[in-house]
Design a protein around this ligand. Structure first.
Ligand SMILES: Nc1nc2c(c(=O)[nH]1)N[C@H]1C(S)=C(S)[C@@H](COP(=O)(O)O)O[C@H]1N2
Ligand SMILES: [Mo]
Length: 392
């Protein structure tokens, strides 16, 4: 927009302000300019890149195309030279490792389809009760992809995990500017989660997303993917693995990504890191800005069951009367471990219908509650999803 306005002003000057007013001006705005990295997303911030898809686009397919997959980055994408790249594995291991991409290429390959979701998905809804900082996510900070790469357990076995190991730390190659220090993004997962053999439910060191090499936005050349855990545990641009008897001291595990009332030392110390995500969901269509004719209305969206092995969606329900009565929605598309479930339903709406509500439950006892207590960082908003609508 800025550059167009400038050239318009320049043109006004050049023409003495005449004639130009009758010209058809291209209806170009900054948000419509194609993203240089090929994303079709709504950018919440551009530096660093934080963006989520329009919901109607998000639920078009069970596997989320890369262009519609949200991006959450705390710093610019690092420049990584694949010829220089090596992953180091150290700490409580018999033999520390330095693995190039071709070393990793010699290990057996695994694939897993898993949903990634940010702990801050739906954060913006907390603002009705009290302002929360951070990226102002609506409900698009979620996506489902086919990830391929090496099992973390295989790499750890090669290094030889020692008896007293309890946690596996991950460290990214990004450089995040915080007050007076520059730190990488990092975190850790319990050794039990890391060592589970096979594709599920452990962790993958992924170099591919939907059958293509990872893009710079998603962690090229290598990232962790931890099915069932909040997105923050799936560290992009992975540079280092440390096996330890303690959880990672990295800010993003030791301090951030906790549920706290206040961002003070006592609250941080009293609460533990979030690992597994709870059930959540959203209504993706209709668009809340559209005026809807009274009568039968088709509704669709997603529900992600609790990130616990063996858990499936149990009930998905829609209400048109603030939750007084509920109607079942139907699932469609695939059902798979650690993946979202797409659904659709049909409800009757009248000019008195002010909003649609979604709630859901799963087979491990998880449910979307009527409301959740406010927390200072705006994490894990999974209350009944409310979509305001206008019916004429
Ligand atoms: N190195 C690094 N890894 C990271 C992050 C980051 O900023 N740096 N963000 C995390 C967070 S908070 C989320 S939700 C996911 C987002 O993954 P995506 O951008 O591939 O969707 O990456 C995680 N891994
Ligand atoms: Mo996140």
């Amino acid at each position: 927009m800025k550059s167009i306005e400038l050239s318009r002003r320049e043109l006004m000057i050049a023409t003495g302000g005449f004639a130009i007013m009758s010209l058809e001006w291209p209806s170009l705005s900054l948000s419509q300019e194609p993203d240089p990295l090929g994303k079709d997303l709504i950018f919440r911030t551009t530096d660093p890149r934080n963006a989520e898809p329009e919901l109607a686009k998000l639920v078009q397919s069970w596997i989320t195309p890369v262009k519609h997959f949200y991006v959450r980055s705390h710093a610019p994408n690092p420049d990584i030279d694949v010829n220089q790249y090596a992953l180091t594995v150290e700490g409580c291991v018999r033999s520390p490792l330095t693995l190039t991409l071709s070393d990793l290429g010699r290990l057996p390959r695994h694939s897993v389809t898993a949903t990634l979701t940010c702990a801050g998905n739906r954060r913006a809804e907390f603002n009705q009760e009290g302002k929360v900082g951070g990226v102002q996510w609506e409900s698009g900070a979620i996506g489902n992809a086919r990830w391929s790469g090496i099992a973390l357990a295989d790499v750890l076995k090669q290094a030889g995990v020692l008896e007293h190991a309890k946690h596996v730390w991950f460290e990214g190659l990004d450089k995040i500017q915080r007050k007076d220090e520059v730190i990488p993004f990092g975190g850790s997962i319990p050794i039990e989660k890391a060592m589970v053999p096979g594709d599920l439910p452990g962790a993958l060191l992924a170099d591919q997303m939907n059958g293509q090499p990872l893009t710079p936005d998603h962690g090229f050349p290598l990232r962790t993917v931890v099915p069932g855990y909040i997105g923050a545990r799936s560290v992009k641009w992975l540079g280092k693995i440390v096996v330890s008897d303690k959880p990672s001291p990295n800010h993003y595990l030791a301090t951030a990504y906790k549920i706290v009332k206040q961002t003070g030392a006592i609250d941080w110390a009293e609460s533990g890191p979030i690992y597994r995500y709870p059930i959540n969901g959203a209504i993706a269509t209709p668009d809340s800005n559209a005026t809807i004719p009274a009568g039968q209305l088709d509704v669709s969206g997603y529900v992600l069951p609790t990130g616990r092995l063996g858990t499936k969606v149990q009930r998905i329900q829609i209400s048109t009367d603030q939750g007084a009565t509920w109607k079942a929605a139907q699932t469609f598309g695939q059902t798979s471990e650690f993946c979202w479930q797409l659904w659709r339903g049909r409800v009757n709406v009248t000019p008195q219908t002010k909003a649609l509500y979604l709630r859901a439950s799963d087979t491990s006892g998880g449910f979307m509650p009527a409301r959740v207590p406010w927390n200072a960082k705006g994490y894990l908003q999974n209350s009944w999803y409310r979509l305001p609508i206008r019916v004429s």
